[in-house]
Design a protein around this ligand. Sequence first.
Ligand code: SAM
Length: 265
Amino acid sequence: GLLALEASFGWEEQSLPTGETRFRVHCEQKDFLERLQRLLKQAVPAAESALSELEETDWLAAWRQFFTPVCCGKQFVVLPPWLADTPDFPGRTPILIEPKSAFGTGHHATTALCLRVVSDLLEAGRLQAGQHFLDLGTGSGVLGIGCCKSGLTGEGLDIDPLAVDNALENRVLNAVAPENFTVAEGSIGAVAGKRFDLVLANILARPLTEMAADIVRACRPGGCLVLSGLLEIQADGVAAAYRAQGLPEPRRIIDGEWAALVWDS
Ligand code: SAM
């Protein structure tokens, strides 16, 4: 939950003289904040929370200032739609993402790591236009859209219906043809029997470990597999689960406390 929150919303953290910490979360979706309040109450019964509405104009400006463009690798820049016409990133492929509750505005290290790997693989000719990808845990669709804008085609899956809606919205924003990037609610079982040239799965260490056999099966022999959503301290455990499926030791790419595991040889 916090992972998604950190990536998708503006938030401030303040240490109070009492030793307590106050978090202020900016979000335009009241129902999401109410859900967050309920989860917080369950997880930390002593925590207090309150909702308040900001004046429309101030709120929009305050919220928008969090969504700065993010350059990922040499190839991509992730931008909110209101910055679509910025001329500041010549030569980069823009990925327009409408920030909503789905994860994947580019601001989280795990998204940026995955896009960096895709950018490097494209540059090295290891990935090519016309190849087929699976974006498991597509969130906002950011990774799949980046792949499609680089000439690949593929499928995005997510267990969260709100993420599916956001990915579909972002597919339109980026003028990606529906047949080039199909997006649906579901998980790895939905592609049983299919094989992809590239499998991207930016989820979390535990589901990545549990789905290791199916994820490995979804990647064609000699294809590329990129996993993220895991902390560096979880990398050994996740890598071991994939070694148990017959894969060699992956390359590890680290950003702060986050890691990506890459099989591309
Ligand atoms: N791909 C985007 C990115 O790189 O920014 C979003 C990644 S976000 C960390 C993980 C996404 O995976 C969430 O949207 C979540 O709903 C989804 N998810 C979690 N478990 C899943 C599972 N077992 N199968 C498919 N999607 C899952």
